[in-house]
Design a binder for this molecule. Structure first.
Ligand SMILES: Nc1ncnc2c1ncn2[C@@H]1O[C@H](COP(=O)(O)OP(=O)(O)OP(=O)(O)O)[C@@H](O)[C@H]1O
Ligand SMILES: [Mg+2]
Length: 463
């Protein structure tokens, strides 16, 4: 038995970790980079892959090499990621790998969002697997994680806010990133965040499964470490790690070997950010802690929820009073299903004319018998509708309530109580009455759809 293995066993004993952890990860002392020199040699002097002309090397990761390329037909710059299945796996695994490669490329290729690097094409050229994607003229966020190069706090919050928007979009399309980390988040020359490598963590696992963990494990969620099923909340954890590091210049979970990093992810709380960088506002410490909850049910339940809190934090940070802030709220509200038929300009008009409010679980939002001219759209959370103390319905994100008394001009017919922490858009009916006819029509249509859905539900119950 090697001395390395002996150390691992004593570590397992000391930490009481289950055997899978040892089997999976023990013994990987340093972050592995791409080491297949034969493959790297084969790429020397490469002029073309598929139809793309190779211009120059942009960087190297654990799976392969990224080049700046040119699409000769469309005449646009592309980034091309080239990899090759490890030679020891080629014979037995080629078919599986090929299938996985194209499945992942297809799902990532469906994502079209300003904060996500677009995938244009994927193919195989002899032994080389390649993916052509949007070229980002800029840098990854790694350099802003260094202590001597930290960004102003409001910039970090704006960047993570944008990342939340991109991730939320992907999650709604059913795509989980699985490998959120600073090197997969780029900033272009306009300082727009672009997330790369969407959904390809699977391919990475296939590609390297004989070699154990590849790349940095510092951003893995506890459920990834434990090999449990991974949902979108796993990306929220990883994004929390990035937020922590961009704010402090230190990793949330750090150890001198993979084993201790993984142990910390599953067992330890990260050091308080306020201790490391005292000017970090308390609210950002809370947001990061929530994102880093070990239990996924205690984290933000969607990236939009996290985005909302970041926006509130931004409001309190000096030097951020900008037009773009309003645009961020508009983005947030436009994403809610209730507003999907509205134009962006209309959503902006609504946001200007209404209140965005956050209420804790248990708060009464509307009281039976009350006369009030406002109605609400639930942007996040959940609310219970009660009549004479009986639960009659549950209102979910994207649904409206309170509109009946606005439409009928009568007092509230039921009480609505926040059943979780909620974010609401509160609109005054008087303001709606003053808005354009087309806007009023859109609202009435949404109200009609809501009423129909409620009717259908109560019919179902009766049958
Ligand atoms: N779309 C892109 N546009 C421009 N440069 C890119 C693009 N994608 C990647 N790069 C550059 O290539 C480098 C290597 O990327 P790659 O994804 O292979 O590795 P990584 O993310 O650092 O590590 P890992 O393989 O563990 O994910 C990046 O650090 C970045 O500098
Ligand atoms: Mg990458």
């Amino acid at each position: 038995m090697s001395s390395m293995e002996r150390t691992d066993q004593s570590e397992v004993k000391r930490h009481g970790l289950t055997s899978w952890l040892r089997v999976q990860f023990a013994g990987k002392e340093k972050e592995s980079r791409f080491m297949d020199t034969q493959f790297l040699n084969a790429l020397v002097g490469l002029k073309k892959v598929g139809r793309y002309e190779i211009v120059r090397k942009l960087g190297e990761g654990s799976m392969g090499v990224v080049y700046l390329g040119k699409d000769p037909y469309i005449k646009r710059d592309v980034a091309i990621k080239i990899s090759r299945l490890a030679s020891n796996l080629r014979a037995q695994r080629e078919d599986d790998y090929r299938k996985r490669f194209f499945t992942e490329a297809q799902s990532a290729g469906r994502l079209i969002h300003e904060n996500i690097v677009a995938i244009y094409d994927a193919g195989i050229d002899e032994e080389l697997y390649y993916m052509a994607m949007e070229y980002v003229d800029g840098s990854t966020m790694e350099k802003f994680c260094r202590k001597e190069n930290l960004l102003p706090i409001h910039k970090v919050v704006e960047m993570i806010f944008s990342a939340c928007n991109g991730l939320d979009y992907a999650h709604k399309k059913g795509v989980i990133h699985r490998d959120i980390k600073p090197s997969n988040m780029m900033l272009n020359k306009l300082e727009r965040v672009k997330i790369t490598d969407f959904g390809i963590a699977h391919i990475k696992t296939e590609h390297n499964s004989q070699k154990g963990i590849i790349g940095s494990p510092c951003y893995m969620s506890p459920e990834q470490v434990k090999e449990e099923p991974v949902e979108d909340k796993s990306d929220i954890f990883s994004l929390g790690c990035v937020l922590y590091e961009l704010l402090t210049g230190e990793k949330a979970f750090y150890g001198d070997n993979h084993f201790s990093v993984l142990y910390k992810i599953t067992h330890d709380e990260p050091e308080s950010m306020l201790k490391i960088r005292p000017e970090v506002p308390e609210i950002l410490d809370q947001i990061t802690r929530k994102a880093l909850s070990k239990d996924p049910t205690q984290r933000y339940q969607s990236c939009l929820d996290m985005a909302y809190d970041l926006r509130v934090a931004l409001r309190g940070l000096s030097g951020t009073v900008k037009k773009s802030k309003m645009e961020d709220v508009v983005d947030y509200v436009h994403n809610v299903p209730f507003f999907e038929n509205f134009t962006r300009d209309q959503v902006r008009e609504i946001v200007m004319a209404s209140d965005l409010i956050k209420v804790p679980k248990g708060k009464v939002l509307v009281s039976e018998g009350e006369i009030d001219d406002s109605f609400f759209i639930l942007l996040s959370g959940k609310a219970a509708v009660r009549k004479v103390n009986h639960l009659v319905a549950v209102i979910h994100k994207g649904e409206c309530f309170g509109e009946m008394s606005y439409l009928s001009g009568q007092s509230r017919a039921a009480t609505v109580i926040a059943d979780a922490d909620c974010v609401l858009l509160k609109m005054s009916a008087t303001l709606l009455d003053r808005s354009s006819e087309s806007m009023q029509l859109l609202f009435l249509k949404q109200f009609a759809l809501t009423l129909m859905a409620r009717l259908a539900k109560s019919n179902e119950k009766e049958q």
